[in-house]
Design a protein around this ligand. Sequence first.
Ligand SMILES: [Zn+2]
Length: 251
Amino acid sequence: MKTHNHISRTKGVTNLELLVFVLIAVCAWAGVVHGIKIGASYGTPGKWIGGIAGLITGVVAAGVYVFVAALINEPFDRFWRWWRPYPPMCENGKCEGLRANETCKIPEDIIQKIKGISWLGWRCKCGNLCAGGFGYGMRNRWVRVLANGEIRPYLKHRSFGRWIPDDGVGIGVPGKNEKIEKALDNLDRVKLPGWVMACLLTVIFGSVAAITVWNNSGFSNPIGPWFVVACSAMGLVFGSVAWWLGPSKFH
Ligand SMILES: [Zn+2]
């Protein structure tokens, strides 16, 4: 059971925590903006008080959202477990759900051999080992891992559907995600020379500054061009530092 807690933490809760963090940040920001707007009619102290009050209101609102979401999530979760139990009923029709299964690690050689299978295995009370997967047709599937290192298709489901018997069609075939992953992999292998970094940052910083100046004064301001030059120089410095510190990708 301890393993399971660990899994749900690494797989789901961290994303949720991130979401909560973003929610708090957005609410706090909205609170500050509105608070300052409301407080502005009372002069500078009004702005300060409004901003701080807004910040507090925002954070409290975020807390309330999270609380309500948790309240809604509970019955939703229960419905989902009823609709499509996880882990599903075992082949003997005896074991279903988290309580009837123990987590374990799928042996390394099986992970190597069966593309896309999860490293997390589930052993039911009958002693049968099953696992789900991520890619190569293993997503939305529940297969039996046999003692001889083979897998046997057992159940599958559509995105929102219930478990149905699996004919095994499509296992081992790369899907859309695998293709995207491969493309990203190739992109990752492109090595940018360090000086490209420096030039690129110079141009980016320079153009952002130029656009800003253009929008504000259309270059009628004598300081404008110097601002652009200064920003470009800053980009060059940043780029050179990045080149110098050099993550392994930039040589
Ligand atoms: Zn069983």
